[in-house]
Design a protein around this ligand. Structure first.
Ligand code: ZN
Ligand code: FE
Ligand code: FE
Ligand code: ZN
Length: 273
């Protein structure tokens, strides 16, 4: 069983290739499930005045969903496609996110913290915003937002749990207590996390989340899924095997899939080659 539940395509403005190109790549790589999860539109900043190429325009959302459903039908004999969205958590805008969550029959909604206020901490064009900030304080703000995302009830899992490390800014204080507290809330809310393989290609050169966080997540009984966070068709399914080797070693019982917002655990031993 090999699943990749985190992908993008040209609609967001900063990825290459059509949705169909990503599906073809997923088929070529022999994935069992391919999850479509483009970024949700910007809701808390004016897209005309913000950085360009962040996400699809709001009025594109129904077109995205329609295209995804028609491609799912077209390729149904070749691959099991799941249709979701990478939802942002933006403090104070929960109701606007909820509208998007309620409006379509998603298989899943990823809860990702990209924004601390108007700063997208995952955008390379905004790295200068770290200047003059206390890294420990930014980490506290980030994990506070992750906790709130988990408590919001809007999402099925937390995307790239420790993405705050992306550009290599290292806190002075050990972030483990912040991470563990956020994990505790995730466990309490019966949410999952993902092993996002794109972390290996970030400045942090480490998967999202780290080995230590994964071990603690397992202790808390948090289920896991996998995603490559592809922004190019050839990155679909990237390092998924490597991810499974690590997850098995750590002791996770298997991998999760999502359909109509219901989670299913596929145990390693049940999974076919
Ligand atoms: Zn993106
Ligand atoms: Fe993201
Ligand atoms: Fe993503
Ligand atoms: Zn992402």
């Amino acid at each position: 069983m090999r699943v990749d539940y985190h992908s993008h395509h040209e609609r967001c403005g900063h990825a290459a290739g059509s949705l169909e190109d990503y599906i073809k790549s997923a088929i070529e790589k022999g994935l069992d499930h391919f999850g479509i999860s483009d970024h949700m539109p910007l809701i808390h900043v004016n897209p005309a005045k913000y950085y360009p190429e962040m996400a699809m325009p709001y009025n594109e959302l129904p077109v995205y969903v329609e295209e995804a459903f028609s491609l799912r039908e077209k390729y149904k004999d070749q691959i099991d496609i799941r249709i979701g969205i990478e939802g942002d958590f933006i403090e104070g805008y929960e109701e606007d996110v909820e509208k998007i969550v309620q409006a379509y029959p998603w298989d899943y909604v990823i809860g990702s913290v990209h924004f601390l206020g108007e700063w997208d901490i995952t955008d390379f064009r905004q790295v200068h915003q770290w200047e003059g900030r206390n890294v420990d304080e930014v980490y506290r703000q980030y994990y506070d937002a992750v906790q709130k995302a988990a408590r919001s009830g809007l999402y099925d899992w937390i995307g790239h749990f420790d993405v705050i490390k992306r550009f290599g800014f290292v806190p002075k204080e050990d972030p483990a207590p912040l991470e563990d507290e956020a994990l505790r809330v995730i466990a309490e809310e019966d949410m999952a996390i993902e092993l996002n393989t794109a972390g290996w290609y970030s400045k942090a050169e480490e998967m999202y989340p780290s080995h230590r966080i994964l071990q603690h997540a397992l202790r808390l009984g948090i289920p896991i899924t996998t995603g490559a966070d592809s922004h190019r068709p050839d990155h679909v399914g990237r390092d998924i095997e490597r991810a499974y080797t690590i997850l098995r070693e750590i002791g996770f019982p298997g991998i999760c899939g999502f359909k109509q917002r219901k989670r299913t655990l596929y145990r390693w031993k049940e999974t076919k080659k």
